[in-house]
Each structure stands twice: as structure tokens, then as C-alpha cells.
Design a binder for this molecule. Structure first.
Ligand code: CA
Length: 381
């Protein structure tokens, strides 16, 4: 089998109402999809992460101009060799950010293609599934222009609980005192049972993060995500041993090289690589092996369309509990509940929550089929 073509599809659409996180206002949702075509007639799909403030055209240009010439004509079964080839050729201008995003999309498309060629879900090709379904947690709680906080957040929390969620993550990073009052208000409103996480999207420095950490301890917070800049590993190490709240980070880190220091220096309690960003299946399973060797759990970052969601579920299926036990600490699925006009339509609504769980797709490849009409509707020309 040979790779005949790599096509990029840039999707972008304005939101009905823009929303804010600690870094800015998000007015559009986008996706950069890769369609891999082989001489056997098998097609594979991949996706690159587009952060809220990231234009999908950036990663698409990297695929079109740099990665496509490296992989066309090659055997997709040489997936590890292809990955290292892409990484090494882009090292001088890559390593972090949009280049690993683009490599991730190509790698996911290759694995989808292999699964479809063999009639097996990707998790079977990676060694099998530790689980057939996963607990989702709701990501949301973005701020609206005319929102009232914490009242709107309390209402949103009740909506998530009403739909069956038992875990959710609050967006913070809007000011130290405001965040502390906000977290307590939501916890007081929902009671002690739901698992509650907070995410500052690296809005703070160590001093400010320390004040928040100590002040929200009584609110029984499961993890504090990206309290400080992802460039400040020593800052994370300072914060980690001050509190029982787990420290989590990883959506802005890339490849086994990037994660090596976080893992070996024990800088956080929970790692959050994004398969659409950190390097695809090929690299993320190596990150997973490193994490396992240091007994560190992974709870992947997910902020994608249905393709990235399906890829994340395939990877989550393969994550070994660290450690394995009768009642192990299991990964969760970050299940984005913020506005996204085509997240589910793109895959015919194939990934849903039922009974508070999300099932791992078990069809060939990523286990979802693509609706090309949706691509045409949102495609940037
Ligand atoms: Ca986050």
C-alpha cells in the first residue's frame, strides 16, 4: 500500500455568540482536517488541534508545503519511520506548536487508514483496550459578554448534572479574588459529590496561583489545570507539593522530547497531552510509555471536532492505569460542551454520552464516518 495524496480541509465558522477564556475572546470554531488517500482506495482522516485563538490555515500550510512531499509515495505501515522523518525534517522550525499539530493530523490519518485497511479499530492495532467506555467530564463555563457570574455558572453546572455528567471543569483566570469566590460559589451550589476541576489557561504566576490553590482547597477541587505558564516547569514543581489538589498540565506541550522533562522531573500529578497536537498516535503512545514508567496518569486534553474526539477515545482506550489495580485510577474524557457548530455533525453524531459514560468506537480505524456535506458547508476556500 502506498500513500497517493494528502488533502487538507480547512473549516472555520463564526459562533453565534463569542465566548471568553482567560487568554481572550473566541469568535470562531475551526478545524484542520487531513484526508489521506492510498493506492488501495483506503482513505484515512486526521485532525490538528486548533486552539481557540489559532487559525486552522497555519497547520494546513505546513501539511501542504512541508509534510505532504515527505509522505506521498510511502507505505503507511511504516508509520513510525514516517513520524520520525516528519519530525526531523521540521526540527529547525518545528518542535512545538503548529508543526507538531500538523504532524499529529497526518499521523492520525495514517493510523485511521491502517485500521480501515485491516478492518480493526486503532486501539486494536495499538495493543488493545483497557476499557470499552470512559467517564466524560464537561468542559465549558466560558464567559459571555452579558453573562452574570457566578449565577450563570451555577446554572450551567446544573445543566451538566442534569444531562448525566458527574465531573466538570471550571474556567478560571479572571482575577485571584474573583476566581476564589467563583469556585466556592459553584461548589456550594452543586454540593460535595460532583468532581470539580479548575483551569486557568496559564493566566497566573507562581505567587498568584499559590494563593488560589490554598484558598480553594476547602472546595474539594480534583485538579488545578495550567495555573501558570507551560514554560515554567520549576514553577509547577514549586506549586505541586503545597497542596492536595492535583496539578495538571500538557495541552501546550509536544512530543516525547517535550514531555520528557515534565515526566522525569515529576512536575505535575496529571499529564494532559492532546493527540491532535502532541504528535498523534505514534508519539502519544511513547509519551504514555514514559508516563507509565514514572507512574503518572494521563487524562488527555481534547478540544476538537468529531475526528479528534474519536482519535482521543481510541487513545484513551489504550492508556494503562498507572498503576493497574482492582480499582485503578481511570482516565477521563475531556468532553467539550462549548459551542461548536460542526463537532458532532461531521461524524453523523456518532459519539454520545449514555448513562454518564462515553463508549469507545469499535469500528475500523477511528471508528467514525465523515459527512462530506459538513466539510463542504464549513470549508474555507
Ligand atoms: Ca485547558
Amino acid at each position: 500500500m502506498k500513500i497517493l495524496d494528502l488533502k487538507t480541509h480547512v473549516l472555520s465558522t463564526p459562533l453565534d455568540e463569542e465566548f471568553a477564556f482567560s487568554m481572550g475572546w473566541v469568535g470562531r470554531r475551526g478545524a484542520m482536517l487531513v484526508e489521506l488517500v492510498t493506492d488501495d482506495g483506503v482513505t484515512g482522516w486526521g485532525e490538528a488541534l486548533c486552539h481557540g485563538l489559532q487559525a486552522p490555515q497555519v497547520a494546513a500550510t505546513i501539511v501542504d508545503t512541508v509534510l505532504k512531499p515527505l509522505v506521498v509515495g510511502r507505505d503507511p505501515f511504516d508509520v513510525d519511520v514516517l513520524w520520525e522523518h516528519m519530525y526531523n525534517r521540521t526540527r529547525p522550525f518545528g518542535q512545538k506548536g503548529a508543526v507538531p499539530n500538523a504532524i499529529s493530523a497526518v499521523d492520525i490519518a495514517v493510523w485511521d487508514c491502517l485500521g480501515r485497511a485491516l478492518g480493526k479499530p486503532v486501539h486494536k492495532l495499538l495493543g488493545g483496550a483497557y476499557r470499552t467506555d470512559v467517564q466524560p467530564y464537561a468542559t465549558g463555563f466560558y464567559r459571555l459578554r452579558n453573562g452574570r457570574y457566578p449565577a450563570d455558572a451555577v446554572a450551567e453546572a446544573h445543566r451538566h448534572l442534569g444531562r448525566g455528567f458527574t465531573a466538570m471543569k471550571l474556567k478560571i483566570g479572571f482575577g485571584v479574588e474573583e476566581d476564589i469566590a467563583y469556585v466556592h460559589a459553584v461548589r456550594d451550589a452543586i454540593g460535595p459529590a460532583p468532581k470539580l476541576m479548575v483551569d486557568a489557561n496559564h493566566a497566573y504566576n507562581v505567587g498568584a496561583a499559590r494563593r488560589i490553590l490554598k484558598a480553594i482547597e476547602p472546595a474539594h477541587i480534583h485538579w488545578f489545570e495550567e495555573p501558570i505558564s507551560p514554560e515554567d516547569i520549576d514553577g509547577y514543581r514549586e506549586l505541586k507539593n503545597l497542596t492536595d489538589i492535583y496539578l495538571a498540565c500538557g495541552e501546550n506541550e509536544f512530543t516525547k522530547i517535550g514531555f520528557r522533562d515534565w515526566i522525569s522531573r515529576r512536575a505535575v500529578d496529571i499529564l494532559q497531552p492532546d493527540i491532535c497536537s502532541a504528535g498523534g498516535f505514534t508519539e502519544c503512545r511513547k509519551i504514555s510509555a514514559l508516563a507509565q514508567a514514572w507512574h503518572l496518569p494521563i487524562v488527555p486534553h481534547v478540544w476538537a471536532s468529531g475526528i479528534g474526539l474519536a482519535a482521543s477515545l481510541q487513545w484513551i482506550a489504550t492508556l494503562p492505569p498507572a498503576p493497574l489495580a482492582l480499582h485503578p485510577i481511570e482516565p477521563m474524557l475531556e468532553y467539550d460542551q462549548s459551542a461548536h457548530p460542526f463537532r458532532q455533525d461531521l461524524i453523523h453524531g456518532a459519539i454520545t454520552m449514555s448513562g454518564g459514560r462515553v463508549r469507545i468506537p469499535d469500528g475500523p480505524g477511528l471508528g467514525v464516518e465523515i459527512d462530506r456535506d459538513v466539510i463542504e458547508r464549513y470549508k474555507v476556500r
